[in-house]
Write a protein that binds this ligand. Structure first.
Ligand code: TRP
Length: 335
């Protein structure tokens, strides 16, 4: 009877691009059908690197409005802001006692981000994966839809849950060991100008990155100037990263298989493929951008949606925290 519980977190930073949309946001929308979706905008993760407070708040509203515009329905899922539910920070501290320090120091993301910081490598950056573990474990979520780049974080949270259960569970699965769910199609949308690199807000090229909020003209221009490869056949091949990427994008946007796209374009030239991808991506994103404008204009309405989500999320997380505190022997006893 009980539906599968799905949790994911999304950063409120940066501008969301087509890779984020296909790889993450579209998965959230479809998981509303499959189970009980809980989606968290992770402002507390965003403060682990240099940031501007006013900017953070603005980006948080942007992200909230994009998710709603994309089709997250607060009536069918829980959408909330991480910092509104205090259980996340409390559980982070409690779980830090079953997390190995050396493991945190060896995490790729910690290493990469430490190098990128000019002013300060914060302790928060080191604890980032523990907060992420707390996010998921607080809800006893079974499934976490995120990209390949989150593999290490998922492994860590699974180990933390197992270690907690072994140390404090007394034979019971107090915390659920979650499964990683990587999207099949569109998990790796590549930069249009350098298709050997992932599409990215930080590392990519402006011309090679399609933003969810780009105007139709900009989208067309970016797709039509996408780098293709030598040869002329439209098919996926390791030697044809540009064409392969376009095929993947079209497949993801249409909800078709890459094989079907290849069959459809077997006789076509690269130019025709690009035109088709441009049109499909414009159709895909235009309604999102329109709804976004409306939703983003009303911050009070966004706040009230987030508050409703936080209340429902908090009720679930509080139960887990009650169990965890009890098991760990901290806080008063329950009767
Ligand atoms: N670290 C994730 C990212 O950068 C965001 C995130 C935070 C997350 N908490 C989470 C993802 C919990 C899944 C589950 O994309």
């Amino acid at each position: 009877m009980s539906r599968i519980r799905i949790f994911s977190g999304i950063q409120p930073t940066g501008r969301k691009h087509l890779g984020n949309y296909i790889g993450a946001i579209a998965q959230y929308i479809s998981s509303q059908e499959r189970g009980e979706g809980i989606f968290c905008i992770v402002d507390l993760h965003a403060i682990t690197v240099a940031y501007d407070p006013a900017e953070l708040r603005a980006r948080l509203y942007d992200t909230t409005a994009i998710l709603l515009a994309a089709g997250l329905d607060p009536g069918r899922c829980i959408l909330f802001r991480q910092s509104d539910v205090h259980e996340h920070t409390e559980l982070t501290w409690l779980l830090s006692s079953v997390t190995e320090l050396g493991r945190l120091q060896r995490m790729h993301q910690f290493r990469d981000k430490s190098i990128a910081q000019r002013e300060l490598v914060s302790a928060g950056l080191l604890l980032y994966p523990v907060l992420q573990a707390a996010d998921v474990l607080a809800y006893r979520a079974e499934e976490v839809p995120v990209g390949e780049d989150q593999r290490e974080h998922l492994e860590l949270m699974r180990d933390v849950a197992r270690r907690f259960n072994a140390r404090f569970g007394d034979g019971k699965e107090v915390l659920v060991v979650p499964e990683h769910r990587i999207p099949e199609v569109g998990a790796r949308i590549m930069d249009l100008q350098d298709p050997t690199r992932k599409m990215s807000t930080t590392g990519g090229s402006e011309q090679g990155t399609v933003y969810v909020l780009d105007e139709a003209k900009a989208i067309e221009k970016k797709l039509k100037s996408a780098v293709t490869d030598s040869g002329s056949e439209v098919r996926r091949d390791p030697d044809k990263p540009g064409v392969s990427n376009l095929i993947e994008i079209l497949a993801a946007v249409r909800g078709a298989s890459p094989d079907a796209i290849e069959a459809e374009f077997a006789q076509a030239r690269y130019g025709e493929l690009k035109t088709a991808v441009a049109a499909a991506v414009v159709d895909y994103l235009a309604p999102v951008r329109e709804r976004f404008q409306e939703l983003r204009a009303d911050e009070a309405a966004l706040e009230s949606i987030l508050a409703g989500g936080a209340e429902r999320a908090g009720a679930i997380a509080a139960q887990t925290l009650g169990d965890v505190r009890q098991r760990m022997g901290v806080g008063g006893t329950r009767r």
